[in-house]
Write a protein that binds this ligand. Structure first.
Ligand code: GDG
Length: 475
């Protein structure tokens, strides 16, 4: 890969790999878990191209390299930038603000300065490696200024941007002291993609109100004649890949082993999330705990397995959450557990994909109850693994996935009684009822996979720019 030769460039905060030390002390790279990586890896491989992102080690410069057929271009971050741009502005300001201020966002001017500086570095590096008229696809909330910065440097390239998390209602977005800069940053793209139509509408409305550009439906008309489109592209998963994995004898055997080691209960209820305050872990654990203490569910009959993958451990809110969940689980197990029988199995750990698939296979009821979530891939992965049409999905109305997964048992996670009732309903439903629902869910997920998502976005991005001008202009 020479400088300026990449026809397709993906830009994300992180490269899709983690560095690990091999048995002989050598450096190895391993493809890393996480929503974004899970989503884009298969697309990258098929289309070829370069991926630009941070390699994960602060204060370290690295040359471009190839891993498992992917051309990777590391962008360095200093330790201070990790604190200010990543943990600070990205995860302490934007993440809570965009997730309906479930936690209070913090506004610090030095975090913002760092965000600007790092976004500029990404844009400059992308400008160096992109070929003439290349397609560049920028990912997520950490890099919202890159579209405009890159356009300034390289007006020839097609620029797409996709936001993986929700885009907040205008009233919340307006809190941001740098709201106009963010909107103008995004408007550097030709196409701005969101998970849901409502998010795209929020963006269009803000652009009209705050920046004063003319808009019509999904189009923004800039004074220089450029047209920017904002649309919804609900992300999905490698559905076939998950199903195939879930059909392997190893995964099937492991699922049976998991059930047995839990004491072969009638019902296994499962939650898998990054340990994040947006995921509604507290509410879900409380609901299950109360079902046990109320006597509606007996500890002999049902167990709840909650996997919480460690996440953002240096950010204060996440440390507090971890302590909170530890205490809550400890209290419930202490109150209603018996020797050898704990109602909640809580695992603060990360697992290989095979183990995830085995857990999905073992789970009779999957609970996905975020307070707010851009999409939620876990819900879709569970469905893809249920090739026998068995199992039930309890899903929050506030997950983007609820827009498509209509046959799930939908819940409002703030309503603990409502959630208890839905959980019981899912646990007690006949096999026939759950299989009817699961069939519908599977049709949706298997037909709308990650390839479809990427193809839809890229087809719209590559569409002849001239056609944009044919769209009716507002009068
Ligand atoms: C963001 C948005 C949006 C989790 N633990 C392990 C593991 N995972 C994998 C899951 C799933 C992914 O991580 C998590 O994706 P989610 O969509 O559930 O959530 P976020 O991480 O918050 O992702 C979200 C997504 O971006 C994509 O646009 O859907 O709304 O917040 O794929 O399987 N994977 C492995 N071991 C683990 O322990 N191997």
């Amino acid at each position: 890969m020479g400088i300026g030769s990449a026809e397709f460039v993906v830009i994300a905060n992180r490269l899709p790999v983690d560095r690990v030390v091999g048995p002989g002390g050598e450096t190895l790279w391993r493809t890393s878990p996480g929503g974004l990586v899970t989503a884009l890896e298969p697309v990258m491989r098929r289309k070829g191209g370069a991926w630009l992102g941070w390699h994960g080690a602060p204060d370290e410069q690295m040359e471009p390299f190839t891993h498992a057929g992917l051309d990777l271009v590391p962008v360095p971050l200093s330790e201070t930038e990790v604190v200010e741009y990543y943990e600070g502005f990205s995860n302490g300001t934007l993440w809570p603000l965009y997730h309906d201020v479930i936690a209070p966002p913090e506004f610090h001017r030095e975090w913002w300065d760092s965000y600007v500086a790092v976004n500029r570095r990404f844009a400059e590096r992308a400008a160096q490696i992109a070929a003439q008229d290349a397609v560049v696809w920028i990912q997520d909330y950490q890099l919202q200024l890159v579209p405009a910065m890159l356009r300034e440097l390289r007006p020839d390239v097609r620029i797409g941007f996709f936001l993986h998390i929700p885009f907040p209602p205008t009233e919340l977005f307006q809190q941001l002291p740098w709201r106009r800069e963010i909107l103008e940053g995004l408007l550097g793209a030709d196409l701005v993609g969101f998970q849901l139509p409502g998010a795209a509408q929020n963006f269009i409305r803000l652009v009209r109100q705050r920046v004063g550009h003319k808009t019509h439906r999904d189009a923004v008309y800039l004074p220089d004649g450029r047209v920017v489109h904002a649309r919804a592209y609900p992300i999905s998963i490698d559905a076939k890949g998950f199903e195939e994995l879930a059909r392997t004898p190893e995964v099937i055997a492991r699922a049976a082993e998991i059930r047995e080691s839990l004491g072969s209960p009638d019902t296994i209820v499962l939650g898998i999330d990054r340990l994040d305050y947006t995921k509604g872990l507290r509410q879900r654990i409380r609901a299950f705990g109360e079902l046990i203490t109320d006597g509606a569910v007996h500890v002999d009959d049902a167990v709840f397995v909650q996997v919480a993958t460690p996440s953002r451990e240096r950010v204060d809110q996440y440390r507090l959450l971890r302590d909170d969940i530890d205490r809550l689980v400890g209290r419930i197990n202490g109150d209603v557990g018996r020797i050898g029988q704990q109602p909640i199995t809580y695992l603060h750990a990360s697992y290989p994909r095979e183990e995830m698939a085995a857990l999905y296979r073992a789970a009779d009821v999957m609970v996905v109850t975020p307070l707010r979530d851009g999409m939620n891939l876990v819900a879709k992965e569970y469905i893809a693994c249920r090739w026998d049409d068995r199992g039930a999905l309890v899903l929050s109305e506030f997950a983007g996935a609820a827009g498509e997964l209509k046959q799930a048992y939908l819940v409002n996670p703030y309503d603990i009684n409502g959630m208890k009732a839905r959980l019981l309903e899912a646990m007690r439903a006949t096999r026939k009822e759950n299989s009817r629902r699961m069939k519908g869910l599977r049709k949706q997920v298997m037909e709308n996979d990650i390839d479809q998502w990427a193809n839809d976005f890229l087809a719209d991005l590559r569409a002849d720019p001239e056609t944009h001008h044919k769209t009716t202009r507002p009068v």
